[in-house]
Each structure stands twice: as C-alpha cells, then as structure tokens.
Design a protein. Structure first.
Length: 236
C-alpha cells in the first residue's frame, strides 16, 4: 500500500464509528462517493486528499496546497519559533498552519521556498535519490578562482556527518558571484563548502528547485500557489 493511503472500509469504519461488516451495505448501495464517483470496493485505496461523501454528508474534503514563497533574509524556515519570526508569519491565509516547509533555507538566506500540506509530495521532492537540483546565487567576500570549481565537483568530506558531498556544480559568474547547483542539502552545505576556502558567504539566494524558477514578480515576502504546469514540471 502506498504510504499515506488507506482502505476505504477502514476509513469509513473509523469515521462513522461502525464495524467493517456494517460498512459493506453502504458501499453496495452506492451511498459512498469518492471524488464524485460511487465506489463499492471495500479495499479501494484513498488518501488524505480524496473527497469522500456518505449520502449528502461530506466525510473528508481536504485540498492539497502548493505554494512558492520569496523568502526574505531574516525569517526562519520553521513553522513556529519562540524567538524569531518564521516564514509562516509572512502568509495571510487561514490554512497557513497546516503547511510545512519543503527544503529549508537558513535564516540569512533568501529566495525560492516551497510550502505544502502534502507530505507525500514533499518527501518525494526532497528524496536524495530523486536528484532534484537546487540552484543558488552566492555572493562571496573574496574573489573566486577555478580551484573552487574543481573542489566542488569532486565533493568535500564532512567530518561531522562522515560523508563526502555529491558533486556540486559551481559556475563563476563574476569575480565574487557564483551559481551553485546542489542535488542534496546538507546542513549549511554551501557556507561550509566555501568555508574550506576561508571565503565567507555574504549572500545566498535560491533561484530554482528542479524546473521551477522563483517567480520574478514575487517581491521578498510574497507568495503564490504553484500552477498546474509548474506542479507537473516538478513531478517530471
Ligand atoms: N546551503 C547553505 O549554507 N544555506 C542554505 O540556506 C542553503 C544551502
């Protein structure tokens, strides 16, 4: 069974407070609709976004939400925090507390941040084996040299986690500006990689995740829903 899915009879028995034997006739009589279609199979699989009704009664109606936010510097990528303002504080929608963050950015970083209430989607997008590239513009304190490209492409050993980073693409755009493309996201990875060169990161801005670019029409702090085409592009 796909994670997050469950059998329809199990859901009905729990929601209606009846046993599975009592669920059977309701299904047979066509009184249960899943996504507006009558379903009679007890083992039909549903998930948290299946729309389910029993006669005229709505038993489950939860819509998936997929947002892109232009994260400004200074906001924490967390849902709550006792000390700092979080990216959730930037949203003005009643359902904002149902959302979680897909791939955090450090408080001092800016750019494309995704939020959703769909755990399966976010897990799939961030799974390391899916190799979804994340693209960053990085402003450095000191000039870059071709040594950086080589060192990033070879990967760096991180003592603390006992791992070698997967190859990272670094393109020198200006003397102190690089475009960095990662497929994983280790803790403070970019800052730590430049740290090896004793070159402090002055600004870090995420411009893309997979095929999805940060919408240039979004000012820092603004957000919008992903379009169907953007969602499809990310799944591909
Ligand atoms: N690497 C970092 O160091 N910080 C981020 O926010 C993202 C990647």
């Amino acid at each position: 069974m796909a994670s997050g899915s469950q059998r329809l009879d199990r859901f009905l028995s729990r929601t209606l407070g009846i046993n599975r034997r009592e669920v059977k006739p309701l299904l047979a009589q066509g009184r249960i609709l899943v996504d507006n279609r009558s379903v009679s199979a007890a083992d039909h699989l549903i998930d948290e976004f299946s729309h389910i009704t029993f006669d005229a009664r709505v038993l489950q109606a939860k819509l998936p939400i997929y947002l892109m936010l232009h994260k400004p510097v200074g906001f924490l990528s967390a849902t709550t925090d006792p000390q700092h303002t979080t990216v959730i504080d930037l949203l003005h929608r009643a359902d904002k507390n149902d959302l979680h963050i897909v791939g955090r950015l450090d408080r001092g970083s800016s750019g494309l941040l995704l939020l959703t209430n769909d755990g399966r989607w976010s897990r799939a997008l961030m799974a390391p084996e899916h190799d979804v590239p994340k693209v960053y513009l990085v402003t450095l304190q000191n000039p870059l040299t071709p040594d950086y490209e080589k060192a990033f492409a070879e990967g760096m050993y991180f003592d603390y986690e006992d791992i070698t980073t997967r190859p990272v693409r670094l393109e020198i755009l200006e003397e102190r500006l690089a475009r960095v493309t990662l497929v994983e996201g280790r803790y403070h990875q970019i800052k730590r990689m430049f740290g090896r060169f004793r070159n402090p990161v002055l600004a870090l801005h995420r411009t893309a995740i997979g095929n999805l670019q940060l919408d240039p029409a979004l000012a820092p702090g603004q957000s919008r829903e992903l379009t169907a085409a953007e969602l499809k592009g990310l799944q591909g």
